[in-house]
Structures are given as structure tokens and as C-alpha cells.
Design a protein around this ligand. Structure first.
Ligand SMILES: Cc1cc2nc3c(=O)[nH]c(=O)nc-3n(C[C@H](O)[C@H](O)[C@H](O)COP(=O)(O)OP(=O)(O)OC[C@H]3O[C@@H](n4cnc5c(N)ncnc54)[C@H](O)[C@@H]3O)c2cc1C
Length: 436
């Protein structure tokens, strides 16, 4: 490959804050709101033009892993979406546009300073192995940002990787990662007519939980467009608005722009062909149309940054408990097929998860100081990641990282020097911690 030298530039340091959150997905929003509410001068930087990550730009507005014990910012988000009549019958899917506004308002009302349309491009260590500067690229050019504590909520662990931290991607034996999915929001169909194909969660007794997915696959096959994801799912959002997850993009790397481009082009082609084919079937499907598609192809798996603790499949199988738990994960192992020659569906690969704790140590980067992480880039193995990555855990992780970072910044400590929770909660009060 040909190479060229980039000339050295002097760039402005545009802000020096207590807590800098990079990435404004479910984890990043929660981290920024929690840090700011805890009194930290907090800045949130997001690459896209709206907050929400997979929920909005990814068009996959559905909360997995919800449990009655989960409160805090996650509950606030859900309650606010309900207040705006934006939550569907499943109680888990919601309307993307009100969600963008809710997340923005939560940040602004909490005092978070927002910078959209800005991507982290570099991260520099200072003396004593502490993360010193984050450098971004945007229409304003290259800019530098300083903070007492940085939280990497980019999903792919961009900040940590740019700072030279260790990480893993995919299966340990083959590097195969879970497939990406390109999502479509569809309209022009009516719940009463397509209910048998819809994911609603209120199954009849004894009904196969995936029956609606099998029906939809058979329908797509009959229409002449067998889906690359063999368990295609139609989520009801509200009225005649639905989310269609029917595409798998196999063997694509989250850290390769050519792969992301190919996945986007192929995914869009596939979902358009499917919707067109359903229209041709007529009947309940005669007016189906695409309302929107992912602005960013959905990446299930990027880097898993090495932390001070790595969550393992064994933790899930045993239902691990930790004194520094930040969330108790109730979601099972959910590995989307990595090799389409073997399967195009999903499974748990023999690991049966019991509710388990996500410890704060898995949110603290191992190789550089002053850097935390939350969401799908935290420290864990391939199998456990397929469970803890869901948004009902990404939000509490973000909330905890925000609180700890704020305490660390205000007290001139590093995140790993802050006890969690600060005021020693006795072991018998673990459940109180569930509801962060
Ligand atoms: C197709 C698909 C379907 C899924 N379905 C569900 C589901 O139904 N329910 C569920 O709960 N979970 C689901 N998940 C899992 C879940 O969505 C993710 O694991 C979750 O998004 C984790 O939140 P996050 O905040 O860590 O990451 P993300 O939602 O990916 O957010 C990361 C944010 O960081 C920004 N960013 C990235 N890089 C940079 C950078 N360099 N500089 C600045 N900003 C950056 C991104 O733009 C984005 O806003 C799904 C995932 C996929 C891909």
C-alpha cells in the first residue's frame, strides 16, 4: 500500500472539562446525564446528528433485557417515552423521532454540553499513563478536548483503541464476529392484519416464542426474497409503524470502513427488495413501504476493550455476584450466527445464563488511567458480550460510569480509586443497587 505523511498541526484545545463522554448512544447519554447531575462539568461528543446510537441512527428502537428491578435513567427514558405516547404495545419498542428529542432534552436539562457531528479521531496519553487529550474531526476541523476522566461509549471502543489499549474482537478461535444488521422502519400495514407475523411478547400459552419469525421467513421465501437472517422480526412500534430486522451482514468488520460500506449497500438493497416483494404479494402487505432505514448499519460487535475485570461465559452460567455490581443482567446469551454456511439464525451455544452482575471493574480500562467505558465495548468474552450488550444494561452501565467519573474528577482521583458504591452498601442491599 502506498503511504503519505500527514503534516503536524497545532490545534485548539476547545474545552477542558471534568468528564468527557465520547459517543451518544444509550450508554453515552446515560453516562453524560449521570455525570452532569452529579455535579461534573460534562461534555458529550457524538459522531452523528442525533443522540441514541442504535436506538435512533441504527433504527433499532427496542429495549432488550428490561426487568422490573431496573430503575434510574433507563426507567426515566421509558417513562418519558410513554408520556409522549411513543411506546408500542410490546412495551419495549418505541418511536425513533420522539426518542431523539427525549434524549436531547434529558442531556440539556441535566446541564450536559453537547457536540454533535463530531468524531473522535485520536487519543493521546500524557505523563504517568493517563489519558490526556481526545482529538476530534468535524466541520470545525481538528480540535482537542481535555478532561479529568473520559468515558468511551463509542460502542466500538474507538477512544481506548486510539489510546493504544488492548482489546479483542469476535470469537477467540476464529475472530468471527456477530453479523451486522441493516434495519428498516416500515409503514402501510395494520397490526390487526399482520399480527401473526409480529413480535409482541404476549404469546398464547405454549406458543413457540419464535413462531412469528418463522411465519415471516416463510412469507419472505414465498415472496421470492429469502432473508439473510433466518429469524426475521417485525416489531410493532405504534399505529401502523413497525421495525423490520430481516438482514444479516456476515464477516464484516466494525473497524473497517469498506466493510461498513458494503454492509450498508447490501443491507439496503436486501430490505428494499423484501418490502417490494411483500407489496407484490398483496393482501395485508399491498401498501407496505419503507419509512426510513438505518443511518448507520447496526453493529452488534466491535472491540471489547480490556478492563480491570473481564466478564466470562462462566459468570453467566453461574449467575456471578460482585460487590461492585453496577447492573444485574437478565438477558440471555444471544449469538447471531457468525457463519452462514452453518446457520443464519441465532442461539445460546449451550450457555444458559442466570441473572448475573456486571462489575464496575469491567468498565475501567486496564491499560490507561482516567478512562472508563460503558455499553457494548466493555470488558468481556465473546459469549458474555452477546448478553450484556443489550440496551437495558448499556444504560445502567453508562449511569454508573458517569457517577464514578464525576466523583473521581471532583475528588482528584482515578476511577479505580473510587469505591463503588461510594457509601458502602452492605451485601444484603444488593437489590437496591439493581435499580441504579
Ligand atoms: C442490529 C442490532 C439489533 C439489536 N437489537 C437490540 C434490541 O432489540 N434491543 C436491545 O436492547 N439491544 C439490541 N442490540 C444491541 C444494542 O443495540 C447495542 O449493544 C447497544 O446499542 C449498546 O449501546 P452503546 O451505547 O454501547 O452503543 P451504540 O448504540 O452503538 O452507540 C454508540 C454511539 O457512539 C457513536 N460513536 C461511535 N464512534 C464514535 C466516534 N469515533 N466518535 C464519536 N462518536 C462515536 C455512535 O454514533 C453512537 O451514537 C442490537 C444491536 C444491533 C446491531
Amino acid at each position: 500500500m502506498k503511504t503519505t505523511q500527514e503534516s503536524q498541526k497545532t490545534i485548539p484545545v476547545v474545552d477542558d472539562v471534568d468528564v468527557l463522554v465520547c459517543g451518544g448512544g444509550p450508554a453515552g447519554v446515560a453516562a453524560a446525564v449521570a455525570a452532569s447531575r452529579a455535579g461534573a462539568h460534562t461534555r458529550l461528543i457524538e459522531a452523528h446528528g442525533s443522540l441514541g446510537g442504535i436506538w435512533t441512527v441504527g433504527a433499532m428502537a427496542y429495549i432488550c433485557g428490561m426487568h422490573e428491578s431496573k430503575g434510574g435513567i433507563l426507567r426515566e427514558i421509558v417513562d418519558e417515552l410513554r408520556n409522549r405516547d411513543a411506546v408500542g404495545l410490546s412495551g419495549r419498542a418505541f418511536d425513533i423521532e420522539p426518542a431523539k428529542l427525549v434524549l436531547e432534552e434529558m442531556c440539556l436539562q441535566s446541564g450536559v454540553m453537547l457536540r454533535l457531528h463530531t468524531r473522535v479521531a485520536a487519543a493521546q496519553r500524557g505523563e504517568s499513563n493517563r489519558l490526556a487529550t481526545v482529538i476530534t474531526e468535524s466541520k470545525s476541523g481538528r480540535e482537542a478536548w481535555k478532561a479529568s476522566v473520559v468515558i468511551d461509549c463509542t460502542g466500538d471502543g474507538d477512544v481506548a483503541a486510539l489510546a493504544g489499549c488492548g482489546f479483542d474482537i469476535g470469537r477467540p478461535e476464529s475472530d468471527e464476529a456477530q453479523p451486522m444488521s441493516f434495519i428498516a422502519v416500515v409503514g402501510g400495514i395494520h397490526l390487526d392484519e399482520v399480527r401473526p407475523y409480529t413480535h409482541l411478547r404476549n404469546l398464547a400459552p405454549g406458543e413457540d416464542a419464535a413462531i412469528h419469525k418463522h411465519r415471516l421467513r416463510e412469507l419472505l421465501e414465498r415472496a421470492g426474497t429469502p432473508p439473510s437472517y433466518s429469524l426475521p422480526t417485525l416489531f410493532h412500534v405504534r399505529d401502523d409503524l413497525f421495525i423490520l430486522m430481516s438482514n444479516h451482514e456476515y464477516a464484516r468488520s466494525a473497524t473497517n470502513a469498506d466493510d461498513l460500506t458494503k454492509a450498508t449497500l447490501q443491507g439496503r438493497t436486501e430490505v428494499h427488495a423484501q418490502v417490494q416483494a411483500l407489496r407484490h404479494l398483496g393482501g395485508a402487505w399491498k401498501d407496505i413501504c419503507i419509512v426510513a432505514t438505518s443511518g448507520q448499519v447496526g453493529v452488534r460487535e466491535g472491540r471489547r476493550i480490556h478492563g480491570r475485570y473481564a466478564i466470562t461465559a462462566q459468570d453467566l452460567a453461574s449467575g456471578a455476584r460482585h460487590p461492585d455490581a453496577v447492573s444485574r443482567c437478565h438477558f440471555g446469551v444471544d449469538i447471531h450466527a457468525t457463519n452462514p454456511k452453518e446457520s443464519k439464525g441465532l442461539g445460546n451455544e449451550g450457555v444458559h445464563a442466570k441473572p448475573y452482575d456486571i462489575p464496575l471493574r469491567a468498565l475501567i480500562v486496564r491499560d490507561v488511567d482516567g478512562l472508563m467505558m460503558a455499553g457494548r465495548c466493555i470488558s468481556g468474552d465473546f459469549v458474555s458480550h452477546s448478553s450484556y450488550r443489550v440496551t437495558a444494561d448499556a444504560v445502567p452501565m453508562g449511569e454508573a460510569a458517569g457517577k464514578v467519573s464525576a466523583v473521581a474528577a471532583k475528588s482528584n482521583r482515578l476511577p479505580h480509586e473510587v469505591a463503588w458504591p461510594e457509601e458502602e452498601i452492605a451485601a444484603n442491599k444488593l437489590d437496591a443497587r439493581d435499580g441504579l
